[in-house]
Design a protein around this ligand. Structure first.
Ligand code: FES
Length: 149
């Protein structure tokens, strides 16, 4: 475990109710919660890894895989899907060299997520890069957008 993290969570030793703040601190230090960190926290709190995963997976804020520098979310909800969302996703995967089903580029520059709906259906098909929403996407627009990064 990172020394800084060990220091940050030391005051919580033995406090099982401190799981959420500890997970937040760990993710804040490392960026995500790899299995070895979950093991360390389990030992630290006297919990099992399964107990920690059971709690942490309930919260959308916790990530268990390393994230890329930029996150691209491709909507695959109904409105986007019927407007070509599948083709937009394929264009992103092809341009970033991400195999279908994978979530990150080899250089860790981009993470790719498939999401159900952003609530921006009128702009379908939609992708979101970091926090910016891009609507009425086409494959050509996706290529132009990705070239900016
Ligand atoms: S289905 Fe894509 S934004 Fe709603």
């Amino acid at each position: 475990m990172l020394e800084e993290l060990a220091e940050a969570i030391a005051p919580y030793r033995g406090q099982k109710g401190a799981l959420i703040p500890i997970l937040q601190k760990a993710q804040g230090e490392i960026g995500y919660l790899p299995e070895e960190i979950i093991s360390e926290i389990a030992n630290f709190l006297g919990l099992t890894k399964n107990e920690i995963y059971g709690v942490a997976s309930f919260y959308a804020q916790f990530r268990f895989e390393r994230q890329g520098e930029h996150t691209i979310k491709c909507c695959q909800g109904t409105a986007c899907y019927v407007q070509g969302g599948k083709s937009i996703l394929k264009t992103v995967e092809d341009n970033l060299n991400i195999e279908p089903g994978k979530t990150i580029t080899d250089d860790y520059k981009f993470s790719l997520e498939r999401v159900a709906c952003f609530g921006s259906c009128a702009l379908a098909p939609v992708i979101v890069v970091d926090k910016t929403v891009y609507g009425r996407m086409t494959s050509a627009k996706v290529r132009q957008l990705l070239a900016q990064y």
